[in-house]
Ligand binder design. Structure first.
Ligand code: TNX
Length: 782
């Protein structure tokens, strides 16, 4: 195929050719630029690339000129010369120009008319963004109507809303090849993102060569892989310099993250004296929060951190160094003589203040190198924060609010919208698109301290091969959020039309993008007797195949059937589970989409929830525990689980009249790594009048369905259990005997929360979560 056509094809199969054969209008071309441009004047006519004789630039824009030349050459086979403007002899050209009158450093103007193309900016960065827009304006067509590449006549003026538009890439949980990091930088730049927050040190691997401490990478970069072989990798200083230069040419600033004091098991594994106990530990192979943190009482640990930073600052020209600061348990410090001595001599009143002291010590050291620190929102709790420190808000928007109220700049990356490691069922593209980095209720000067936002690509469950399916297309939504000035004008459907036009582009760039949303949703509709489940594909082109499983009262799976492809409806009887496989654009959705449905008495009762679920885990709202939906997987983020933070769960039912009850089963989730515990006890009471209550059961025993083996076992729930590494699993509290009915009108279930995480848990003393699934109430056997 003619090489011209390859890019033309890539530039958007969607709009034309196939059905209508129409050529895209100039305004359609401008409207599909992502992120959308601020203002555009559109004129009639186009300028053919073939008529352009040169790309001209002043010397200081040589890098930008080369970028364009390479792009047009690689994608369109354009061979025009590149010239510094002093040598330009006239003729049609793409001119790259400095325009000092443009105030915003990243602003640009693109003008296309019969005489040529001008791309202006006050800085190289502005001009670079003008070029990204320019190449996105190339035609989008295929078939007989294919035009040769050309640019639409227009004048575009554009500038971003936020200065900080980032992606965090965690290259620690899984190592990523340098080439892959560079590809990601290309894609970031293409969507006008300007920060790569490079997470380089973790419990599971240290990834940055430090000459003074070779064991960090010789030993700390490798953990025991699943096959028993060493697994990992690291970046040499030469590779880092190369990647930093590559990013700089694309106006992406790399901000390294060197975590302290937590998430540092790999470093301590390499040099055990850095920890409080001096014991040798392994590079961690599990995910979570681990107790071995840097010893803040040990002078040689502090010296180590300063030495590391001395090499880091040489490698990264950014004015920022991210020092982490999140999820740092203090249990080792509480037991450590040196840490306690430091607390004494520095007059600190608790261990969190010791974290504050350490951060401030490193912060001042970095300030000596002209660097400003960024830290996760926990650094606010530590006190003694250097004035200039920037806070990255991740546990919600609150950290950002508190930061700006104290005069610290903030970067917003709340888990609610920015966690691209989360599945689409938690954060899909429409949600990302709906994000507003400016929290409500700020004054204008506080809001001005919000620098921007980041999407966070943590990689516990994402090796390099699946990263792109998680980043894209959500990143395009984030680029729109962070760039577009007028957030109130954002409209998902308009954005989505532009996005449709970007898929062929992404295909052309070889980006292995994933889905926008979970491709099917479900609805459950109860009536007098039945409960009907409908499968609703998000787009009509989605192909669905599905299977049904029946479950017995203890949720063990008994039979499995597949349902004919063309049926998207099922009448639920008893407790069932459904798994749906969906396909779209020839891509299979990477996981089965599951829903559990149960037709039971609870869904027809008047149920009232006496406790307040956390706004982060509302499940289906007030009625979630009696809506017929349960979670066949044990995942706290799945939509059926309702979360209560430190609070007891109390639910009352009024069945309207005395009815026979045979069995009540309430299930809870335990996932101690995420601070989620089974309730301490569950009690069930009944009443004839809704006022006087009689106990039926108070249980400490529950059944668990262990993810590993699908076996049932009975265990005792004791608060002093120390198995913090458990996967997520379901525990069921069962009451009843279907052969012997209880006749009553009212029922009440109380699940007493653990309240706080117990002694010995890394988060001891913090509020414990209780997560509840559907409470299933069945009649007696007939
Ligand atoms: C929390 S976000 C973490 C990371 C994990 C991430 C998983 C933050 C500051 N800490 O260490 O990778 O959750 O979503």
């Amino acid at each position: 195929m003619n090489k011209h056509l390859i890019w033309a094809l890539a530039l958007l199969l969607a709009a034309c050719g196939t059905e209508t054969g129409t050529i895209e209008t100039n305004s359609a071309r401008i409207n599909r630029v992502i992120p959308v441009v601020q203002t555009a004047q559109v004129a009639t006519g186009t300028l053919a690339l073939a008529d352009i004789q040169s790309i001209t630039y002043p010397r200081a824009l040589e890098g930008e000129g080369r970028w364009l030349k390479t792009f047009l050459h690689d994608y369109l086979d354009y061979h025009g010369p590149l010239e510094p403007d002093t040598e330009w002899q006239g003729g049609k050209a793409i001119q790259l120009l400095f325009n000092p009158a443009m105030e915003a450093p990243e602003a640009y103007r693109v003008t296309v008319d019969a005489s040529g193309v001008r791309v202006e900016g006050a800085t190289g960065q502005g001009v670079f963004y003008g070029l990204q827009t320019l190449v996105q304006l190339l035609p989008n067509q295929e078939g007989d109507n294919c035009e040769l590449p050309n640019f639409p006549f227009c004048t575009i003026d554009d500038a971003p809303r936020f200065a900080h538009r980032g992606l965090l890439l965690d290259c620690c949980r899984h190592f990523m090849e340098p080439e892959f990091v560079k590809r990601t930088i290309d894609h970031l730049a293409f969507y006008k993102m300007n920060v790569l927050h490079w997470h380089l040190t973790e419990d599971q691997g240290w990834r940055i060569e430090i000459k003074k401490y070779p064991r960090l990478t010789e030993h700390g970069a490798w953990r025991e892989g699943e096959d028993g072989e060493p697994y990992g990798g690291f970046y040499t200083q030469d590779q880092i310099r190369d990647i930093v230069d590559y990013a700089a040419e694309r106006h992406v600033e790399i901000i390294p993250e060197i975590e302290l004091p937590g998430h540092s098991s790999a470093a301590i594994s390499a040099y055990p004296h850095l920890g409080c106990t001096g014991d040798s530990i392994d590079v961690v192979t599990e995910w979570g929060v681990f107790p071995d943190v840097y010893c803040a009482g040990n002078d040689s640990t502090v010296a180590f951190l300063k030495d590391v930073m001395d090499e880091v600052v040489q490698l990264f020209p950014s004015t920022y160094v991210h020092i982490g600061g999140d999820e740092a348990p203090v249990s080792r410090w509480e037991e450590c003589d040196k840490c306690q001595a430091r607390i004494q001599t520095m007059g600190l009143d608790h261990e969190h203040a010791l974290q504050g002291w350490l951060i401030s010590e490193i912060g001042h050291h970095l300030a000596g190198h002209g660097k400003t620190i960024i830290g996760w929102d926990e650094i606010l709790e530590a006190g003694d924060l250097p004035e200039t420190a920037i806070v990255q808000s991740w546990r919600g928007m609150e950290g950002g609010v508190e930061a700006v109220q104290h005069g610290h700049p903030a970067i917003m990356s709340p888990t609610s919208h920015c966690y691209f490691d989360y599945p689409l069922s938690s954060t899909d593209l429409p949600e990302v698109f709906a994000f507003d980095p400016i929290p409500t209720g700020l004054t204008a000067s506080e809001a001005a301290l919000i620098r921007g936002g980041e999407c966070n690509m943590w990689t516990e469950r994402a090796p390099q091969s699946v990263i792109e399916s998680k980043i894209y297309p959500r990143l395009l939504g984030m680029s729109e959020v962070l760039w577009r000035q007028d957030s109130t004008a954002r409209d998902y459907d308009t954005f989505h039309r532009a996005l449709e036009a970007h898929y062929p582009l992404l295909d052309h760039m070889g980006v292995d993008y994933g889905f926008e949303q979970v491709p099917v949703s479900f609805s459950l509709t109860p009536d007098e007797e039945s409960l009907s489940l409908n499968v609703l594909p998000v787009w009509k082109e989605i192909e669905v195949s599905w299977i049904k499983s029946d479950y017995s009262d203890d949720y063990s799976e008994v039979t499995v059937d597949s349902i004919p492809l063309d049926e998207l409806h099922y009448d639920v009887e008893g407790v069932m589970g459904f798994s749906v496989q969906a396909e779209f654009r020839g891509k299979k959705y990477p996981e089965l989409i599951g829903i559990g449905a149960a037709n039971h008495l609870g869904i027809r009762a008047d149920m009232s929830l006496k406790s307040t679920p956390s706004p982060y885990y509302p499940a289906g709202g007030e009625n979630a525990l009696a809506d017929g939906r349960w979670d066949p997987l044990q995942q706290f983020r799945a939509p059926a689980w309702q979360g209560f933070n430190g609070e007891d769960l109390v639910v009352e039912y009024d069945f309207g009249e005395r009815i026979g009850i045979g069995l009540v089963s309430a299930s809870f989730l335990e996932y101690t790594n995420a601070w989620i515990f089974f309730p301490e006890k569950v009690s069930l009471e009944y009443s004839e009048d809704g006022e006087k209550w009689f106990p039926l059961l108070t249980g400490h025993n529950y059944y668990t369905w262990n993810e590993m083996g699908y076996t049932w076992r009975q265990r005792k729930n004791t608060a002093d259990r120390m198995e913090w590494e458990e996967p997520q699993y379901r525990g069921m509290y069962l009451w009843g005997d279907p052969a012997k009915a209880l006749y009553t009108r009212y029922l009440r279930l109380t699940a007493k929360s653990m309240g706080i995480c117990p002694e010995g848990h890394p988060a001891a003393g913090q509020p414990a979560w209780t997560f509840a699934d559907e409470i299933i109430i069945k009649g007696p056997l007939r």
